[in-house]
Ligand binder design. Structure first.
Ligand code: DLL
Length: 414
């Protein structure tokens, strides 16, 4: 099912032409209105007219989160404040928040993108959609909310927290779709199991999960526990919010809303574009944004892209499930280690995804230790059995990461 069949299945050549046309317009618009970008062009010795097609983008440097922070809060907006109708912000772990602003048109295009994601997951106006992403400055709640209203579904703005109440709403309000983080979906499943609430007492058929990296294993686990189809949804506040790309039934990838966002994959070391299928950092250029247009925004998320036609019929560029962030990447004894690889091993072996990685340096040697919470099944097990599991995890990590990591099973909720 398509929300916008014309765009979602557009002939690839026409789609590229549409992107290039919008790119030229967006570059000119941004250059004329945002002093930061005018300066960037001037320093790069480039003119807006030099950017004719996506290929020309390599002439420009990247925009980074630091640029948004340096221009905090409103310095990169391309319109006067009276045209901004909404603000969102993400806190991040260091320094000032990243503030983003939307015009009425920007909100409409965001809703359109989320409407495509929901429709792709089987959503229609007949659905009852329970949105348990946070409502507020975070883009998850209001983002999914807007898309759900756009398709004409019934929205339950449940927001986060109070799992018992969430489960009651799932049962009593007849929610057919669930939107939350994948870890929260698993938590809902756990809580139902712990309280002997049968899956047959809820009515869910599908869920859209994102805002954090998750693995195929987690997807299968969620599908099994909640009796649903689980779809990935990706996005970031800087580029709009959820719905920059979305999962389908045809493959494990996510379709990028190419008519609004132009994706590039670049080598983190050289900053150069890499060929289709190769992993690198995800970079986006907005094509239609008015409030906060961004050129070559480096997300530091790690993925790859393909332009092959998808079994679902969409011609939109497909990005692979995000495996982590280049700035989350640990370098242990010269080896690149992503937390998601460790999580993948834990889940594959039937352990929880509640874990802690401790990286230290003893003398000149890096050491890595992984603390994993015991599952309820393991609780009360013999010491010998637990050390056997620790050994099993150590061996699995060795074969996946290529390095030794000390593994300790610890108490639940520790
Ligand atoms: O997390 C927007 C969102 C809300 C997406 C709800 C999906 C669902 P930010 O708070 O700005 O926005 O965080 C963006 O979260 O750069 C990724 O590192 C990560 N992320 C978002 N979606 C996914 C996903 C929202 N599906 C940052 N898979 C991004 C992996 C994701 N990582």
């Amino acid at each position: 099912m398509y929300w916008n069949e014309e765009i979602e299945t557009m002939d690839a050549e026409r789609l590229r032409a549409l992107q290039d046309e919008r790119l030229r317009e967006q570059v000119r618009y941004t250059y004329d209105r945002v002093p930061f970008y005018k300066k960037m062009f001037d320093e790069a010795g480039a003119q807006p007219g030099d950017i004719r097609t996506a290929k020309d983008l390599e002439k420009l440097p990247f925009t980074s989160k630091t640029d948004l922070r340096d221009n905090y809060p409103y310095g990169l907006l391309a319109v006067p404040m009276e045209e901004i109708v909404r603000i969102h912000a993400s806190s991040g772990t260091t320094g000032k928040a990243t503030v983003v602003g939307y015009t009425a048109g920007d909100l409409a295009l965001w809703d359109e993108c989320v409407a495509r994601a929901l429709t792709c997951a089987g959503g229609t106006r007949k659905d009852i959609i329970q949105v348990c992403y946070g409502y507020g400055l975070f883009t998850g709640g209001l983002g999914l909310h807007g898309g759900a209203e756009r398709i004409g579904a019934t929205v339950i703005p449940a927001s986060t927290g109070n799992t018992a109440r969430q489960i009651t709403m799932l049962q009593d309000y007849g929610s057919t779709m669930l939107c939350c983080t994948p870890s929260y979906a698993l938590y809902i499943g756990d809580t139902m199991e712990k309280n002997n609430i049968p899956v047959s007492s809820i009515h869910l058929k599908a869920g859209l999960f994102g805002a954090e990296p998750w693995t195929v294993r987690m997807k299968e686990e969620i599908e099994k526990r909640l009796g649903i189809r689980a779809y990935d949804i990706y996005g970031l506040s800087e580029i709009s919010g959820p719905g920059v790309s979305f999962g389908c039934d045809g493959s494990d990838g996510l379709h990028v809303n190419d008519d609004h966002f132009l994706i590039e994959i670049v080598d983190p070391a050289t900053g150069k574009n890499v060929p289709d299928g190769e992993k690198g950092e995800v970079v986006f250029t907005t094509l239609t944004k008015r409030g906060l247009p961004l050129l070559r925004y480096n997300t530091h998320d790690i993925s790859s892209i393909t332009h092959e036609r998808c079994a679902c019929g969409r011609t939109l560029t497909r990005m692979a499930r995000i495996t982590g962030r280049s700035d989350d990447m640990l370098i242990i004894r010269g080896v690149n280690v992503f937390p998601s690889q460790i999580e993948g091993v834990l889940i594959r072996l039937g352990l929880t995804s509640n874990y802690q990685i401790i990286v230290d340096r003893l003398g000149t040697t890096d050491s890595i230790e992984v603390l994993v919470e015991m599952t309820p099944e393991l609780f009360g097990d013999t010491v010998t059995h637990i050390s056997r599991i620790e050994e099993e995890v150590t061996n699995a990590l060795k074969s996946v990461l290529g390095i030794f990591a000390k593994v300790s099973i610890v108490e639940p909720k520790s």
